[in-house]
Design a binder for this molecule. Structure first.
Ligand code: FMN
Length: 193
């Protein structure tokens, strides 16, 4: 069982890393195999393939795309750390989602969002719609961090005590569904099915 935590921002001085590192640590403290995926390590071009990954007659060959796809394939569930940019989620995250199809299928996804008064919730709602088309399973128990900049200490560190409980609820639900969906996924990918 492996949970991958995907940072939705590649911006200079991004906040994304703080909640990303926090939830990876929480997962690991609970004995769960967790890995942080930083899209800076996967510099994908803007989508330029002749077909979608679902309809392409041959697998994509761009080495960065291959590397990203193989990494996504290792995950049994995902936590998206998402900022809100102009009431949506980031372009870099959409691009990373679009490059992959079957490796996302039938896997659960949870969300940690942050931003102004709405706490990034509009970005999460948009993500949920897109993930349904990727045949993923968006979770209900998510974490939102409204006005996160009001809860930073002198070193710029967020006060994570504010969201420990909701983080526990997120992990509990995500891991439950990751465990349930894994054998179903294996059944679905059996050629005779
Ligand atoms: C292009 C851009 C658009 C933004 N639009 C919103 C917005 O619609 N709602 C919001 O709550 N915050 C918005 N913000 C503020 C972000 O919440 C804040 O900059 C946050 O730190 C971005 O995440 P990141 O630091 O991980 O990149 C925006 C920031 C940027 C850079």
């Amino acid at each position: 069982m492996k949970i991958q935590v995907i940072l939705g921002s590649t911006r200079q001085k991004r906040f994304s890393e703080q909640p990303g590192n926090w939830i990876v640590k929480k997962l690991q403290e609970k004995g769960i195999d967790a890995e942080l995926l930083d899209l800076r390590d996967y510099p994908l071009p803007f989508f330029e393939e002749p077909a979608s990954p679902n309809s392409s007659p041959t697998p994509f060959t761009n080495p960065e795309v291959v590397k990203w796809t193989q990494k996504v394939a290792e995950g049994d569930g995902y936590i998206f750390i998402t900022p809100e940019y102009n009431h949506g989620y980031s372009a870099v995250l959409k691009n990373a989602l679009d490059y992959v199809y079957k490796e996302w299928n039938h896997k659960p996804a949870a969300f940690i969002s942050y931003g102004g008064p709405a706490g990034g919730t509009r970005a999460v709602q948009q993500l949920k719609e897109v993930l349904l088309e990727l045949q993923m399973h968006p979770m209900r128990n998510n974490v939102h961090m409204p006005l996160y900049w009001s809860h930073l200490n002198d070193q710029g560190q967020y006060d994570f005590s504010l969201i420990e409980k909701s983080g526990d609820g997120l992990v509990e639900q995500l891991v439950f569904w990751a465990e349930k969906l894994k054998p179903i996924r294996e059944e679905l990918t059996t050629p005779s099915k």
